[in-house]
Write a protein that binds this ligand. Sequence first.
Ligand code: DSN
Length: 420
Amino acid sequence: MTDARPAPMPLLENADPEIHALLGQEAQRQQDKIRLIASENYAWPAVLETAGSVLNNKYSEGYAGKRYYEGQQQVDQVERLAMERLKSLFGVEHANVQPYSGSPANLAVYFAFCKPGDTVMGLGLPAGGHLTHGWKVSITGAYFNAVQYGVRKDDHRIDMDEVATLAREHKPKLLWCGTTAYSRVIDYDRFAEIANEVSAVLVADISHISGLVAGGAHPSPAGKAPVITSTTHKTFRGPRGGMILCDAVHAKAIDRAVFPGLQGGPHNATTAGIAVAAKLAGTPDFRAYAAQVVDNARAMAEQLMARGIGVVTGGTDTHLVLCDLTPKGVPGKVAAQALDRAGIVSNYNSVPFDTRKPFDPSGLRLGSPAITSRGMGVDEAKQVANWIADVIESVDDDGVVERVRNEVLALCNQFPAPGR
Ligand code: DSN
């Protein structure tokens, strides 16, 4: 291990040495490990500064120009800037930047368009969908009549014929397209065609891929889905937050659903961070970043397959690689824990039609956003894939784990974590 570098926060150190020490250790962990959790990233250092700024001190219920508290001279400008930048970046008519994160953004969409008991449709969690797209343990599965579509058995891609058949049969009010563990391009044209046919509102949840969409590395749902939701901290590299982008015709309903329907005061420091991230996402450098994220994920997938590790759908079009470890005879959880010991952080995950239980599944989910933010390229991505295969082939061999840990550390030292 390199020497732990204390977090440069002298006021915190004085006020609370215990928390200060833990933040320092976390900064060191983020430096010393290869972070492959597909939903994580390194936020821009400028975004981190913004998120801890004086805007934390201000209450601003309402929207710019229509607040319930005075003193909004700066906050209104910040929120308008965030909205305008997102509208221009994504080519949409309206942006709401107040959702606290992705799940509240999605809940606001339900509140804007549905009554409890209404029928909605989304990709099932075991097929790579999100809890809030109607999965049974979520409030969205409990309070709505949620119909779930899946992926095909043969190639594990979203079954658009099944989507069409179920939509015609159930006539959902909302049709969700969006994923958390799916690595292929979403066919927004076909989804829009189906939604139009059954008069459903198509909602594209681009939480995982909003940075790729902004950077031109994944097709955009703008102009096809009248409502788009996203988190802001994944491939987008912003603060932890959420946003809803929509056609002007839905602006009022969405705004009312977020406030006063679901939330109180917006987190203004987060709003400012979203504005900063939106500005940075509009640069040529960010387009290059988004393309590199996909190249790195593809390189990892190819190398993993060359080493005999199953990759669901046989590859990836995005930042995400979903591995099926069944051919190696190693459960996903055992692999994820051994990899963490070796300095490679991932999460175990179900694969489509998994025969194992969700808390002990067959798969491992990997993502390239964070290593790409450190400046790693295809050669490093292949090297990482080889280390993953080495560890999975020797999960109980402490010698292999230790050797990989040392090699990981050497690579991490060559690619400092952003902000250090
Ligand atoms: N936590 C997110 C993810 O890991 O995909 C989804 O909410």
